[in-house]
Design a binder for this molecule. Sequence first.
Ligand code: 4AD
Ligand code: MG
Length: 446
Amino acid sequence: KIGRKDIELGEGETKGTRVKVMGRIHRLRPQKQATFITLVDGYGHLQCVLQAGDLTKTYDALTFAQGTSLALYGEMRKVPAGQSAPDNRELHVDYYQVLGASPSDDDAITNRVSAQQNQWDPQMLDQRHLVLRGDNAAGLMKIRAAVERAFQKVYDDLELTKVAPPALVQTQVEGGATLFSAPYYDETAYLTQSSQLYLETVLPSLGDVYCIEKSFRAEKSLTRRHLSEYTHVEAELDYIDFDDLLAHLEEVICRVIDIVLENPTIAALLKELNPTFVKPSRPFLRMKYTDAIEWLNKQDPPILNEEGNPHVFGDDIAEAAERKMTDAINRPIFLTHFPVEIKAFYMKKDPSDLRVTESVDCLMPGVGEIVGGSMRMEGYEELMQAYKNQGIDSKDYYWYTDQRKYGTSPHGGYGLGLERFLAWIANQHTVRTTCLYPRFMGRCKP
Ligand code: 4AD
Ligand code: MG
């Protein structure tokens, strides 16, 4: 593997270890004296030198092109002083085999997309499978894997049990408007919007739980932070109060960032994408919904609601307004205590002000909301009333309601959008670039 750093190197022109390396041509620089190839294999980059001479007589321009897959044999040497190469080494090739050729014309798509920055451009999205070969896209996928590993590690350390709730369900969690439905034998099923309700059902047996699963939303708008399919990091905690929930959330976010930055390869990738990123300091700013709408109205000019009027209690805070506020304040915000009417049916009301819920959105600069969470309604009667208020048929929810019937408890949890977390830390314009193959309205391929 190219990433192996332990291959013995020779000094300057002295002999090193003879090795065989396999990979694809990432960059090609034919020169008079030698041909320079940057070979890539998903573990790293390696500079390879083919000196002009016997070897170069056996190939022509058609043999080598960006994307061509090769086995190269030769000596690994330190690069001469004054020159630079990845890991300060280069392979002096004395023999090669072409394992899979790639077309070499200048229009070859591999040439056009590999360094592509505008990964969200529709043409680039059609070529996503090739765009993923570029350093930028590949780096982001490595970061994504590291972030997901870090979440698992943190939850493990905090003794949450990982569970795998179903993706095919027959209940909604976040409103009927964004449900995808699918024929399910003789019935109808939906693609899950959130695993929250299922997580709540296992608190009595497993204690605190989490899952990292896909959630699906039939979002009918094309914003830069909405996907139809996204990775949802969700946790549910038993016997807590609202302050505990916020403290836990802060801790998880900060620990994940610590772990990610401890990895030198990932930290270097992140530094390249987001040079000014600094780990947020705790505590995060706490801001109530009512203070937020006051803040919006106080700006000069005021930041208006969706109807173009100053915000009044009960208004949704739209994405643009939310982001303007977060960017202006420029630090993580826990926005709390949203009105009952604009939040989901299951949220617990604030005992000291029944107009609002014990709810939280975590807002990050550049993205806005990356987490939504709340304490959950505990009482049976109250929950039955909440179904009714939102026109939900309680029959379908018997398994969820039973939590309140058989030993209810103060509990709460949250869901974090992995793609939005990544857009925040890696400074991405849109969540689309943080997905392997993004799905949003109008795009379901490749
Ligand atoms: O705020 P949401 O809708 O909350 C829930 O689904 C809760 N049931 C979660 C829970 O308490 N267990 O979604 C949670 C997070 C959002 O903050 C956002 O980061 C992400 O999921 N999210 C999306 N990400 C990308 N595309 C979409 N369409 C998203 N919808 C939500
Ligand atoms: Mg939300």
